[in-house]
Design a protein around this ligand. Structure first.
Ligand code: TRP
Length: 337
């Protein structure tokens, strides 16, 4: 009898322990899952079209914005970065790789990269990093209502202000030469806008589209003989060859009005442009919004209202151009004397 009691007691204890264990486990499981979600590693795939100072700065801004929002690589964030080196087939392969890696958000830096990503997936959200004309590039239905898996930041610059600045610095200019790549949709749009302003200011416009990088130096040599200043839109092919452009233009002291601060720093004369780092930061902030669940189809494309006047004083001196005092006061001066 005593033996039996002991046995029953042992069985009761064992059953109690087993039940207790199950209750404990059930209670803890949801808590564990919640903790996991918090530390979940999210993947951001960045595809940059090519390396030039502007795009490199934008990519840096994207990464910094993620850091500032609390995303840490190796902890809750994985960044997969690819550089297409201006090669369409590389862009296509890399886009597919980023999709295969199951990125949570994709970032396309410059129009051709964004287009390649958009051609590869209609599901994964894509954030545009610095696409001049997202509607013209067929990436969104409209800026306010993108309508698909793509939204982001447009760097449409104040084109009219850029041409007006050229005329202010070069009051005697009669002809403007447009230097751009015939393969970039982003440039064509901007050249049309710039031409309208130039003509409204009484200047003639000559267009010099180049089909490939190899043609740039010779084209600049020819146009330097025929125009009073060169205008360059946000063109990646030209930006990538800016040193050669400046080298040729300097031979005949032909001034260059650019669309971006980085190209003024490389020897352009002036621009009214959008700060490239700010542009990248804004792009990164949109990536964060999407990572947190925002729906790209109803998230408007961000655009900048105004640019910053940037002047290269050393270049002005080399070209023998007097910078009006009012401009000198408001402008950001680069290229130390
Ligand atoms: N806006 C360009 C595009 O749509 C990309 C770009 C950003 C760029 N910054 C630039 C091109 C500076 C040339 C120079 O592709």
């Amino acid at each position: 009898m005593m033996k039996n009691k002991g046995l029953i007691a042992s069985v009761v204890v064992i059953i109690a322990v087993v039940i207790g264990f199950f209750i404990y486990q059930t209670m803890n499981t949801p808590a564990k899952t919640a903790k996991k979600a918090e530390d979940k590693v999210q993947t951001v795939g960045i595809l940059q079209f090519v390396s030039h100072p502007a795009l490199d700065t934008i990519t840096k801004g994207v990464k910094d914005a993620l850091k500032e929002a609390g995303y840490k690589e190796g902890k809750n964030l994985k960044i997969v970065f690819q550089n297409g080196q201006a090669d369409q087939s590389k862009l296509a392969t890399m886009s597919q790789q980023l999709v295969d890696k199951k990125a949570d958000v994709l970032v396309g830096v410059a129009t051709p990269a964004a287009q390649s990503l958009a051609n590869t997936t209609k599901d994964i959200p894509i954030v545009l990093g610095a696409v001049t004309d997202p509607v013209g590039a067929k990436l969104v239905a409209s800026l306010d209502n993108p309508g698909g898996n793509v939204t982001g930041v447009s760097d449409q610059p104040p084109v009219a202000s850029q041409i007006k600045l050229g005329k202010e610095l070069l009051p005697d200019a009669k002809t403007v030469g447009m230097l751009y790549s015939s393969t970039e949709v982003n440039s064509k749009y901007q050249v049309n806008e710039a031409s309208k302003t130039a003509e409204s200011l009484g200047m003639a416009v000559k267009e010099y589209p180049v089909a490939s990088t190899n043609e740039i130096a010779q084209t600049v040599q020819v146009m330097s003989q025929n125009v009073d200043f060169i205008y360059i839109p946000l063109d990646n092919t030209i930006a990538n060859a800016m040193q050669a452009v400046v080298g040729e233009a300097n031979k005949s002291k032909t001034p260059i009005i650019t669309s971006v601060d980085t190209m003024v720093e490389q020897g352009g004369l002036a621009t009214v442009g959008i700060d490239q780092y700010t542009l990248g930061k804004k792009t990164g902030q949109m990536v964060v919004q999407i990572l947190k669940g925002a729906d790209p189809s109803v998230t408007p494309v961000y655009t900048f209202k105004e640019g910053v006047t940037v002047l290269n004083e050393k270049q002005a001196e080399f070209l023998g151009i007097q910078i009006p005092d009012n401009l000198k006061k408001e402008a950001q001066i680069v290229g130390n004397k």
